[in-house]
Design a protein around this ligand. Structure first.
Ligand code: HOZ
Length: 429
């Protein structure tokens, strides 16, 4: 694979941007080599500056459920751009998108749009702390909820990929307020709440772990979190930045039938544009300014380009058969990938919920951050590079999820399975 232009651009990028990237997960630190520089993308394919074309399972880290540059989304953005890209004032588009979110997501009666998932989660925590007048929050090891100070403790995603156990720069008195427990371990949650429950403002969880690779909740885990938080007067926050509108129209909460107090959403509801949102019952959300006194604001919140794209995205997602088709394609891909490892005698675990999936190179059953971290990252590194050479692009880290889109074809899935077999064969040497 020719990487001449990417390799030419990378030193230039490093001269003007830290590590040459604008988000650490884009660097290829965990897999070696220079990162790809992308020049365009269409449907299920991305094309780099050396004209290498890849079948893409990163999908901009999840949101592009209809692939890149879907014509209806592109048209909506173009139409809105003609009318102005930002007003810093209210629009009808915001109401339309909010109505769709409220209709689809069980826990949301009122929603506040923001500009990123990080912002949504940061604001949701402030809301929970403001309502309960408590400081502590509980999260789970390996879950990543964006990069706000309270949440960069034992976090997954880029931190685990880059091997950063603790992020300097976080005020220790704030970090102390963040409690961490192993995902899926309800016994430990109960113990903690027995001792400190009255000090905990919120428990925040990815209802399906998606930022350490895919880690599904064990049966009963989410239900128990709901019961325990309710009893303690703490708020339950679902970070559905990845799962919201991906695993079902109503997100993981609809899939599992567990309703949190606050839900955080991300870029899916902006059709891949920079958007986040948080929502809950009227009672909870009325604490936010200008009704209540918990302040949160943003010029680009409810940005009209993003709202226009998001409206089309949610309309497309509402069409009959979308999730069934995603399920079918994802099941087919994972079945093929699984057969490969069986045939080649490689130790691997597969996790999948709907169209988000992972393959971990370990013999341990995947239930939490520890089991995820038992994966053979050297093997992953060779596998990733082999796949790239075969024209398949997955996230450059063992600790990220893969995403199927509605526009991946059966033929592309077959090609991916074949590419994976070759890459695995080469990787095991
Ligand atoms: N953290 C996200 C992936 N798990 C992607 C956003 C980013 O960090 O760039």
């Amino acid at each position: 694979m020719n990487k001449n232009n990417s390799s030419r651009l990378f030193p230039m990028a490093k001269k003007v941007m830290p590590g040459g990237v604008n988000s650490p997960v884009r660097a290829f630190n965990a897999v070696g080599g220079d990162p790809l520089f992308i020049k365009r993308a269409k449907g299920s394919r991305i094309i780099d500056v050396d004209n290498n074309e890849f079948i893409d399972y990163v999908a901009s880290w999840g949101p592009l459920i209809f692939g890149h540059a879907h014509p209806e989304i592109v048209n909506a953005i173009a139409r809105q751009a003609e009318l102005g890209s930002s007003y810093g004032a209210s629009t009808e588009l915001e109401i339309q998108l909010a109505e769709k979110v409220v209709q689809a997501v069980p826990s949301i009666e009122l929603v506040r749009m923001v500009s990123s998932g990080t912002e949504a989660v940061m604001s949701a925590l402030r809301l929970a702390r403001g309502i309960t007048r408590r400081d502590k929050i509980l999260k789970f090891e390996g879950c990543y909820h964006g990069h706000s100070d309270s949440l960069l403790v034992k976090a997954g995603s880029g931190l685990v990929s880059l091997g950063i156990p603790e992020c300097p720069g976080i005020v220790s008195s704030l970090a102390e307020k963040t409690l961490n427990l192993p995902y899926n371990n309800i016994t430990k949650v109960r113990e903690l709440f027995e001792n400190e429950g009255k000090e905990i403002a919120a428990l925040i969880v990815e209802p399906i772990g998606g930022n350490m690779g895919v880690v599904p909740p064990k049966p009963g885990f989410l239900e128990a979190l709901r019961e325990i938080t309710k009893k303690a007067g703490a708020l339950l926050i679902f970070d559905e930045v990845i799962t919201g509108f991906r695993v079902s129209l109503g997100g993981a909460q609809k899939l599992y039938g567990v309703t949190p107090d606050i839900t955080c959403l991300g870029k899916i509801i902006g059709g891949g544009l920079p958007v986040g949102a948080y929502g809950g019952s009227r009672q909870v959300m009325d604490h936010i300014s200008p009704v209540g006194s918990i302040y949160q604001a943003g010029t680009l919140s409810g940005n009209p380009l993003a709202m226009a794209a998001g409206n089309v995205m949610l309309d497309l997602l509402s069409k009959e058969g979308v999730y069934e088709s995603l399920e079918e394609k994802s099941a087919k891909l994972c079945k093929g990938l699984k057969q490969n490892v069986v045939d080649l005698g490689i130790q691997a675990q597969f996790t999948r919920v709907g169209s988000m999936f992972s393959m971990f190179f370990t013999s341990k059953e995947i239930v939490d951050f520890e089991t995820v971290k038992s994966s053979n990252t050297d093997l992953f590194k060779r596998y990733f590079n082999g796949l790239l050479g075969e024209g398949v692009y997955i996230a450059p880290s063992q600790f990220e999820a893969g995403f199927m889109s509605a526009v991946h074809t059966d033929e592309e899935i077959d090609l991916t399975i074949e590419a994976s077999r070759k890459a695995l064969n080469a990787a095991q040497g």
